[in-house]
Ligand binder design. Structure first.
Ligand code: FAD
Length: 663
């Protein structure tokens, strides 16, 4: 029987493994898991029931929804995964988990080879050095084909349909009867008899009046990063435009935290400098077309302000300085009034014309447009709307509002178990680390969080950025294999939800019931003393974060006093969040997205406060501690959230280099 808006139908389902998300990581898991599940049935007599749920439609969900023009992590035969781990570490100012990065480095290429097998066109270079964009038949990468590299680790693709291709393979491998789209998961549920074990998850259909309560022994939580927790630069009708895809709302971090999982590096953020207003990619312009970014006077700030990099050894002095430091040099120009900042497309294309034939130049110009068409159509709209021909007019660059993510050029996320064979240092007895948490970097299952049975991948895995689309897919595959092993090892385990289903349903539908109870109190539907609309609440969150937690309003600066104000205001916001209304299922989605954003935002703020230095100049500055303190703060900042007391505990974990960084 179908439910009503007030009383949704409740569906209870018991599975062994639940995959939450349908992005790159979960598509990797979905592709990989059946072969291990089939083997488990054959060899261990364990018949695993598996389900994948995505809040959207997998073909176009997550950060790759619009497509991409490059795969940013492909190691290739001639490179060493240890070098990749070195690059990841330097770009993230020295504090990353080498075990996780190295593990991605040694597995990622296989995912890329699969993408190519499934039909993704990858650009290649022929013997004569000429570029082919995938439409010409060339040897596959795994057969020695040479990719067109736009950087040391990146390769170019015709990727408008990238997500579609990857999702198709995932669906085929898992089977549509194991997939449910348009289910938004609101919270995870712990085990009644072991609060440090996962037992299930609860969510709702964004299309029908249905709540779903899953019981599961193992869960892969890979619901992406977090956007729109800060006031975006785009306002009004343009607000849907952000660099980060607007539908990843911090679900990964909040749900993991509430389940008791240890988070790591939540102070980290990513502030990409992108083409203004359209947020188009800059990688191909910098790396492939060799363009330079300048201030308004045409000065190349990376040259002009080079000395500033010496303030941050060794991260500023690497061949490619850390991403945040590149912003740091740009911000100096903006703050001192030498903006706008431009991508000098005119000079770059003119220089290329000196050595290329007219046919090649035409091809190049087409590539420049295609770079946007593949992954950010909106940027083409800006170019067309503003009469920008890149060979004639330069385009503005702008650092965006901050985003939280763990797989692109950021490393916030969940503390996870690394591979068994890459030395996992023991950090036993470290002051401040809660006693119930694991000591080393491996506690049995790759990708498992500190909550038994709860796994993560992609943006969920903290302290190991630069995985990108391919690395997230590979990490999902690694987690899938580990989850099957976990289920085999625990085949007789019975889990029990710590909260009755009707209580979970009442909690999820509270915004609906608040609306229905009070809607007739006032004549204007959005103005009511008994409730707040999700939209208004989101504005409040964004204002607090922007003005006190180093958003664009303060040029990414904050201090302990501002953070204290933010803390107080967030507490009050959380009180009011209890009164969010939902007048339809869309608002119910918005309400819970907000809830996920708020807790993610709080974790970010708490971590910035705890880390008494400015580790990421250019991404944020603690102006009361405006330095990098290698002696005291070259460590992970981790935290635990207690959902009963609603308190965060932040603590340090020792950082260890497993890869020699002096090379
Ligand atoms: P996603 O792929 O974002 O997937 C998250 C999934 O979770 C989605 O399916 C979403 O619908 C679902 N979800 C979210 N919340 C919930 C919930 N509560 N319940 C159920 N489902 C939920 N990589 C490259 O290799 N090359 C590039 O050029 C490149 N460019 C990028 C440009 C941008 C703007 C961004 C944001 C990323 C880019 N990346 C690029 C990185 C790449 O997209 C990510 O690394 C990758 O998508 C991360 O995979 P994921 O599975 O962790 O998250």
């Amino acid at each position: 029987m179908s439910g009503t808006f007030e009383n949704p139908e409740v569906i209870q389902e018991e599975v062994d493994i639940l995959l939450i998300g349908g992005g790159m990581a979960c598509c990797g898991a979905a592709y990989e898991i059946m072969r291990w599940a089939d083997a488990a049935k054959r060899e261990n007599g364990v018949d695993l029931k598996i389900k994948l749920v995505d809040k959207a439609a997998m073909d176009r969900s997550g950060a790759v929804a619009q497509g991409l023009s490059a795969i940013n992590t492909y190691i290739g035969d001639a490179q060493d995964p240890a070098d990749y781990a070195r690059m990841v570490s330097n770009d993230l100012m020295g504090i990353t988990r080498d075990d996780l990065a190295y593990d991605v480095g040694r597995h990622v290429d296989e995912s890329v080879h699969l993408f190519e097998e499934w039909g993704l066109p990858i650009w290649k270079t022929d013997e004569a050095g000429e570029r082919h964009d995938g439409s010409v038949d060339m040897p596959k990468l795994k057969d020695g084909g040479k990719p067109v590299r736009s950087g040391k680790w990146q390769i170019m693709i015709n990727g408008e349909s990238y997500k579609w291709i990857v999702a198709e393979a995932a669906k085929k491998a898992l089977g549509m009867d194991r997939i449910q789209e348009r289910i938004f998961i609101v919270k995870l549920v712990n085990d009644k008899n072991d609060k440090n074990r996962i037992a299930g998850a609860v969510g709702f259909s964004v299309r029908e009046n249905k709540v779903v309560v899953y019981k599961a022994k193992a869960i892969l939580l890979a619901a992406g990063g977090c956007v729109n927790l800060f006031r975006p630069r785009s306002v009004g009708e343009g607000q849907g435009r952000a660099w980060y895809p607007v539908w990843n709302a911090g679900s990964t971090y909040t749900m993991a935290a509430e389940a008791g999982a240890e988070l790591t590096m939540m102070e980290n953020r990513f502030v990409p400098a992108r083409f203004k207003d359209g947020y188009g990619p800059v990688g191909a312009w910098f790396l492939l077309f060799k363009a330079q970014a300048t201030n308004a006077n045409g000065e190349v700030y990376m040259v002009k302000n080079k000395e500033m990099l010496n303030d941050y050894p060794p991260y500023g002095q690497a061949a490619v300085p850390a991403s945040c430091l590149r912003n740091h040099l740009m911000l100096k120009e903006m703050k001192e009034g030498r903006g706008p900042i431009y991508m000098d497309t005119v000079t770059a294309l003119a220089k290329l014309k000196e050595t290329l034939s007219p046919r090649e130049v035409k091809h190049l110009e087409a590539e420049a447009w295609e770079d946007f068409l593949d992954m950010c159509v909106g940027q083409c709209g800006v170019w067309v709307g503003e009469n920008i021909e890149p060979e004639k007019k330069n385009s503005e660059l702008m650092p965006t509002e901050p985003y939280l993510l763990g797989s692109h050029s950021g490393c916030c996320g969940i503390w996870t178990s690394g591979p068994e064979d890459v030395g996992a240092p023991m950090t036993e007895g470290q002051a401040g680390v809660p006693a119930h948490l694991p000591t080393g970097w491996n506690w049995g299952y790759r990708g498992m969080t500190t909550v038994k049975g709860l796994f993560t991948a992609g943006d969920g895995v903290g302290a190991s950025g630069h995985k990108f689309s391919s690395g997230s897919h590979a990490e999902g595959r690694l987690a899938a294999k580990a989850m099957v092993k976990y289920c085999i090892d625990n085949k007789d385990m019975v889990v029990e939800l710590d909260t009755p289903a009707d209580q979970l349903v009442a909690e999820i539908y509270k915004p609906v019931r608040t609306y229905l109870e009070f809607k007739d109190y006032s004549t204007a539907i959005d103005v009511n003393p008994n409730y707040i609309t999700p939209k208004m609440l989101q504005f409040r969150l964004q204002k607090i974060m922007d003005e006190y937690v180093a958003g664009v309003a303060t040029y990414y600066t904050t201090n302990d006093k501002m953070l204290a104000v933010a803390s107080e205001k967030l507490d009050m916001l959380k009180e009011d969040a209890e009164k969010m209304r939902a007048k339809d299922l869309h608002e119910l989605l918005r309400a819970w997205e907000n809830y996920h954003r708020i807790l993610t935002a709080e974790a970010h703020m708490k971590h910035i406060l705890f880390r008494e230095e400015s580790r990421y100049p250019g991404f944020y500055y603690r102006m009361d501690k405006n330095f990098v303190d290698e002696e005291n703060w070259k460590c992970f900042v981790n935290s635990i959230y207690d959902k009963t007391t609603k308190q965060w505990t932040c603590f340090k974990r020792a950082h260890v280099d497993l890869v020699d960084k002096s090379k």
